[in-house]
Design a protein around this ligand. Structure first.
Ligand code: FAD
Length: 468
């Protein structure tokens, strides 16, 4: 049958996994077609994920810092939040990046086809475009179709007050009272932004702890602060019913300490996880195996069960993070180009860009305990950091987890302002096989928050300097 185009490598999905893979493959001399259903490149991360959320969180930080300076002799008055202007600025940031991707694609002669793609055989894909159906034949394919927000069955999804993270990032107005269902990274980041914008926040989390995959001591730093700012945080609690009441939504909460009376909210954000988009890409026509949960299993070269088809990013499993997707994208493109490489990283760092931020990498205590891995830890509290005190934010800690025999770094976590940036040093330490001495003997600039890493290492060696 008719073929409208041919390429060495077809990439399905233009998120951080897909565009990275497409660009790398083109740089390695391949003829590449990149298929994306939306007009803008960049996937979830650039359009409705990492980037717009960080724009709001920056605004949130400015607002709260300005507000808190009132306690230290600088009064700036009550901020006026212009939702429309804030949204415009955020959209501008996103557009700058997605336009940038489009020109990077052009510069590399990556052909972008806008439309919804579906495999029709192991070597062909059909794309529904605005101009009709296009059939592409490829030698290799990389599936980078990403994930979507999980929905809760039975909730009134046609009600304007019910939203997922994409709706929350749309910021049509500043609601008075918002319920956030799900105390994971995405829910808490949105809660943090809206709280700063003036919304009264209630968080409901089914697990016994917010951000369940991070260690309790780290999460506590965040929990302590937000529990003072938010209206309520319910752990071990579920929303068992959600009903429209005019413009509002009424939620029934069941669990530890939850109110017996149903509660009304102007907005309800559902942030209970994400599902891979593996079911709607015709994978079966190419023979690509999809597991029960909808993820595509891959080997260390990012190969699926079909040797010339690869999968990367959210669609091939946890953690669903942009930097994992792009790292895997490079590997897939390089393997296709015949390079000897594999996705073999020590760790994929995790960051919640909340206020305060919490960030962790490598082994956590939760994991060490559940897997019976021997470890030791040392913690440096930010209340002893001069820099943290000068920022009026000494709510933080820096923790190192290390091997009791070799003192090599196995994991680490940071809670506090800029924790996400500070974490990079720990990630590098883990990748380089650094031990406590390496970290303690590295001279860190004073006064910085990064010193807390050195001081945590000194604490581990039992040689802490009393330095502010
Ligand atoms: P995606 O970004 O999901 O891209 C997949 C693309 O494939 C999409 O553009 C989609 O339209 C397209 N597609 C799917 N099916 C088809 C088809 N059949 N035909 C054509 N096109 C198709 N991660 C971080 O690391 N840091 C953060 O700060 C962060 N913040 C986030 C905040 C929010 C609110 C959300 C929702 C996510 C956040 N994430 C963050 C997660 C991050 O966005 C994802 O891990 C990342 O986007 C995954 O990249 P990907 O390339 O696998 O897929």
């Amino acid at each position: 049958s008719r073929i409208d185009g041919e390429c060495d490598t077809l990439v399905l999905g233009a998120g951080p996994g897909g565009y990275t893979a497409a660009f790398r493959a083109a740089d390695l001399g391949q003829k590449v077609i990149l298929v994306e259903r939306y007009a803008a490149l960049g996937g979830v991360c650039l359009n409705v994920g990492c980037i717009p959320s960080k724009a709001f969180l920056h605004a949130a930080r400015v607002i709260t810092e300005a507000d808190e300076m009132a306690g230290f002799g600088i009064r700036m008055g009550k901020p006026v939040i212009e939702a429309e202007n804030l949204r415009t600025w955020k959209n501008h940031v996103v557009k700058k990046l997605t336009d940038g991707l489009a020109s990077l694609a052009r510069a590399r002669q990556v052909q972008v086809v806008q439309g919804t793609g579906s495999f029709t055989s192991p070597h062909t894909m059909t794309i529904q475009t605005a101009e009709g159906e296009k059939r592409i034949r490829f030698v290799h394919a990389i599936i980078a179709a990403g994930s979507s927000a999980t929905r809760i069955p039975g909730f009134p999804y046609d009600h304007p007050a019910l939203m997922d993270s994409t709706g929350a990032l749309d910021l049509q107005n500043i609601p008075e009272k918002m319920l956030v269902i799900g105390g994971g990274i995405i829910g808490l980041e949105m809660a943090c932004a809206y709280d700063a914008f003036g919304t009264r926040i209630t968080v409901v989390e089914a697990a016994p702890q917010l951000v369940a995959s991070a260690d309790a001591d780290v999460v506590r730093i965040l929990h302590n602060r937000i529990s003072q700012r938010y209206e309520a945080i319910y752990l071990n609690t579920r929303v068992t019913a959600l009903e429209p009441k005019g413009d509002l939504l009424q939620a029934r909460l069941e669990g530890e300490g939850a109110p017996a009376e149903p509660q009304k909210f102007d907005k309800v954000l559902v942030a209970v996880g994400r599902r891979p988009n593996g079911r709607a890409i015709g994978a079966e026509n190419a023979g690509v195996r999809i597991d029960e949960a909808g993820f595509i299993p891959v080997d260390s070269e990012q190969r699926t069960n079909i040797p010339h088809i690869f999968a990367i990013g959210d669609i091939c499993g946890e953690p669903m993070l942009a930097h994992k997707a792009s790292a895997q994208g490079k590997v897939a493109a390089e393997v296709i180009a015949g390079e000897k490489t594999a996705f073999d990283v020590q760790t994929i760092p995790s960051v919640a860009y909340t206020d305060p931020e919490i960030a962790w990498m490598g082994l956590t205590e939760i994991e060490a305990q559940s897997r019976g891995i021997p470890y030791e830890k040392s913690v440096f509290p930010w209340s002893a950091s001069g820099r943290a005190l000068t920022m009026a934010r000494d709510d933080g800690l820096t923790k190192l987890i290390w091997d009791p025999d070799t003192k090599k770094i196995m994991g680490g976590a940071i809670a506090g302002m800029n924790a996400g940036e500070l974490l990079a040093e720990l990630v590098l330490a883990l990748e380089m096989g650094a031990d406590l001495e390496d970290m303690a003997l590295t001279v860190h600039a004073h006064p910085t928050l990064s010193e807390t890493v050195m001081l945590a290492a000194e604490a581990g060696l039992g040689s802490i300097t009393d330095l502010y």
